[in-house]
Design a protein around this ligand. Structure first.
Ligand code: URA
Ligand code: SF4
Length: 219
């Protein structure tokens, strides 16, 4: 069998959230499904004003089938709360929908960042989600999300903390009014103990900027 090059063959035409969620589990658009438990879809309402884009599921997400439910997810939830962002107003998804990992010996599964090929292969799922969304703003959590939107030269350290336009190279029907890049919450956990608070505070401060940049809630 030839290796499929991307997810397009698995994405339904004119999808609904339900058909998208169901079809995602069958995806064989790249090899990452082989070693993963399941594909991890988005979480949240398609009416949310804020889109949060992560990298890929981690160990816990792979087991539980929902994004940001592991250690990085706890950091994210705390930071969202501290920034005053209502969790019900957030649509969270990942750039790549299957967990990429290598064995750490025994049962340990060590996260491996997805490659550019995986990001490209998986993009039709993100395209389909975006086609159903009308977010006011988008927050990119880390470099993988940033590169998926702005290209391989994107560096989150340089690009974070400023509102930018949705990239022209990525046409979508209802682009968010602004995009804000910030660090990945896992980077807070990876920081040296002495730097962790500062990393976390930076994440909260970026999320606060996102909240302040949202239009008033409808109604
Ligand atoms: N990191 C991510 O980028 N996404 C998740 O869902 C979990 C950890
Ligand atoms: Fe399909 Fe994406 Fe999973 Fe690859 S990572 S199999 S493209 S859902």
């Amino acid at each position: 069998m030839t290796t499929p090059s991307d997810a397009r063959a698995w994405v339904p035409d004119d999808p609904t959230p339900d058909s998208l969620r169901e079809a995602l589990q069958a995806c064989r658009g790249c090899e990452l499904f082989e070693d993963a438990t399941q594909a991890v879809p988005w979480r949240g309402s398609f009416d949310a004003r804020l889109l949060l884009l992560g990298e890929q599921p981690g160990d816990q997400e792979d087991r539980q089938g929902a994004p940001f439910v592991g250690p990085a997810g706890r950091v994210l939830v705390d930071a969202l709360d501290e920034a005053g962002i209502d969790r019900s107003d957030v649509f969270v998804t990942n750039t790549v929908k299957h967990f990429r990992w290598r064995s750490g010996g025994g049962k340990r599964r060590i996260h491996q960042s997805p490659g550019r090929g995986h990001v490209e292969a998986c993009k039709p799922w993100l395209d389909a989600e975006l086609a159903l969304l009308r977010p006011a703003g988008a927050v990119l959590l880390g470099g993988t999300a940033g590169k998926a939107l702005y290209g391989s030269t994107f560096r989150v350290g340089e690009a974070r903390s400023v509102l930018r336009d949705w990239p022209e190279r990525y046409p979508v029907s209802h682009p968010p009014g602004w995009v804000l890049a910030t660090i990945h919450p896992a980077a807070v956990l990876r920081a040296d103990a002495g730097d962790r608070q500062e990393a976390y505070d930076g994440l909260v401060s970026d999320l606060r900027m996102a909240r302040e940049s949202l239009p008033p809630p409808p109604g």
